[in-house]
Write a protein that binds this ligand. Structure first.
Ligand code: ADP
Ligand code: MG
Length: 267
């Protein structure tokens, strides 16, 4: 990969932001999916990513926790370059072990609540703390029970995913991500596979998480959530950031026609 020189370009990201995405580019073959994306997410803030299907939202989230490698630019989370180590003025790719460690600090919740079907809710939440982080089962269990309470499912510890509604499964998926004590949570359309009546409970859990100070990047078409919870709304189209700003600006006074068209379409 080529590291983009940022010495002459103005810094678009305040250095104190927890997440700094600087001039990121990503292609699949000849298709440039992310074209010079820059974004800063301050610690304790919520950024909502909006944009039509295919605009690169999922790819951007996947780059942040190194499920995809970037072709240019850099991503820094909590002062660490994602996927690369710097030694002096040289940059080395991380080993798989280093990447796995880095990824532990970033929780991700997908559209489909890929829980382990053969594990109970409690076991799903304990799996990574015990299996990956090497915590004791007793400690992991205590924390998992706390998290089940926090997502409103304290009575469902022994239930298997198939015995839970989609909304309940998604709340378990959030609890599972939180069990690794991430410094950043990424959500990729967490409610778009849910029946409408189940969406509210999941958004409530996310709202509470935001209130507790979690740094979050959320891809969602839930405009009400964006308006109420986001500190920053970013509208992407065609692999670029079309406009970004506080929700009352981007959602209520969009400057660009592309943003207006999109907002009209998700009403
Ligand atoms: P969004 O989440 O905004 O709908 P995506 O990031 O999923 O957009 O996709 C952006 C574009 O990148 C789409 O055209 C998609 O087909 C393409 N794309 C995503 N992942 C891959 C991949 N692994 N290989 C090839 N093309 C991909
Ligand atoms: Mg997507």
């Amino acid at each position: 990969m080529t590291m983009t020189q940022t010495t002459t370009a103005p810094e678009t990201s305040p250095a104190e932001a927890l997440v700094q995405i600087r001039r990121v580019r990503k292609s699949f073959g000849a298709h440039e999916v992310l074209r010079d994306i820059s974004l800063a997410v301050p610690a304790g803030s919520v950024t909502v990513l909006l944009g039509p299907s295919g605009s690169g939202k999922s790819t951007l989230l996947r780059c942040v926790n190194h499920l995809e490698t970037i072709d240019g630019g850099r991503i820094i989370v909590d002062g660490e370059l994602i996927g690369y180590r710097q030694a002096g003025n040289k940059t080395h790719e991380m080993t798989p072990r280093q990447i796995a460690r880095q990824r532990q600090g970033i929780g991700m919740v997908f559209q489909r609540f890929n829980l382990f079907p053969h594990l109970t809710a409690l076991e799903n939440i304990m799996e990574a703390p015990v299996g990956v982080a090497g915590r004791s089962r007793a400690m992991a269990k205590g924390r998992a029970l706390e998290l089940l309470d926090r997502v409103g499912l304290g009575d469902f510890a022994g239930h298997y995913p198939a015995q839970l509604s989609g909304g309940q499964q998604q709340r378990i998926a959030i609890a599972r991500a939180l069990a690794m004590d991430p410094k950043l949570m990424l959500f990729d359309e967490p409610t778009s596979a849910l029946d409408p009546e189940l969406v509210g409970d999941v958004l409530d859990v996310m709202r509470e998480l935001a209130r507790d100070g979690m740094t979050m990047i959320v891809v969602t078409h839930e405009i009400g959530f964006a308006r109420g919870v986001a500190d920053q709304v970013v509208f992407m189209d065609g692999g670029v950031v079309v406009e970004a700003g506080p929700p009352h600006e981007v959602l209520d006074r969009p400057q660009r026609q592309r943003t207006r068209n999109f907002l009209e379409s998700v009403k």
